[in-house]
Design a protein around this ligand. Structure first.
Ligand code: UGY
Ligand code: MN
Length: 248
């Protein structure tokens, strides 16, 4: 019998690991026939939000970005997302970035669909236009070596342009691959494991981590990772970029 008083979830002031065993549904107005797990949120001290939306066969939702931008990624299943008068057919690996000031609608058409979202308030940059929406597929995004390490493969899902203030990347590590140094930076991360397993070091803690787990790393949280096992470790992650931290 599994003891019910145990979890791998950890929540600390500058990082968190959220594992699926602790999920509790949030009811969000506008969404029906779905379970919404708010994994990372300003309530935790973060400056963005990460959610997992599990849509049942009839699941659907309607929302507005208002002053925020949202990035949606289909982890598995198939759904449709309508925005700006267009309907996008979204299967596993498809993603959609929706800029501020838009209404959007998500409609499921399979038995179970899981969507990952990253959302933050958009920070405009003088002389740069607000980004357009971006629709794409992970399989079509070029992969580049990270820091010239042949075991580390990086895909940047959003354009590398100053008008964007968020990046979403997929990082694939061959078994044994590891971050070349302990990173400590002002940018924040939210992350979902898509495949494989490894050990994440956050601050001076070492966490075994696997497919389905999520991490939050606050600004300046020291971070390092090594992939273990027989298959590549893959995670998708959010990072705030291209803005100077001090507001006048
Ligand atoms: O982009 C990054 O900062 C990335 N290398 N960090 C990470 O994977 N923890
Ligand atoms: Mn980093």
């Amino acid at each position: 019998m599994k003891i019910t008083a145990e979890t791998r979830t950890v929540v600390k002031p500058n990082h968190a690991m959220i594992t699926p065993d602790g999920y509790v549904n949030s009811v969000v107005p506008g969404w029906s026939d779905c379970q919404i797990n708010v994994i990372i949120n300003p309530a935790m001290g973060a400056q963005f939000s990460q959610q997992l939306i599990h849509l049942d066969a009839e699941g659907n939702g309607e929302a507005k970005t208002e002053f925020s931008e949202i990035f949606l990624y289909v982890v598995h299943g198939h759904c449709e997302i309508s925005v700006e008068g267009k309907t996008h057919d979204m299967s596993q690996g498809n993603f959609l970035y929706i800029p501020p000031g838009n209404d959007y609608r998500v409609t499921n058409n399979t038995s179970l669909t899981q969507i990952l979202t990253f959302q933050k308030e958009y920070e405009p940059l003088e002389d740069y236009p607000v980004p357009q929406s971006v629709f794409g597929n992970r399989a079509k995004v070029p992969s580049e070596l990270y820091m010239e390490d042949p075991q580390l493969h990086m895909q940047n899902l959003l354009p590398d342009e100053l008008s964007f203030d968020m990046a979403v990347n997929i990082f694939t590590y061959d078994p044994g691959g590891n971050l070349p140094f302990v990173e400590t930076h002002i940018m924040e991360h939210g992350l979902l494991y898509l495949a494989g397993q490894g050990i994440y070091m956050l601050d001076d803690n070492w966490y075994p981590i696997q497919k389905g787990d999520s991490l939050w790393m606050a600004p300046y949280c020291p971070q390092w990772f090594v992939a273990m096992g027989k298959e590549p470790a893959v995670y998708i992650y959010y990072k705030n970029v291209n803005r100077y931290a001090i507001k006048q």
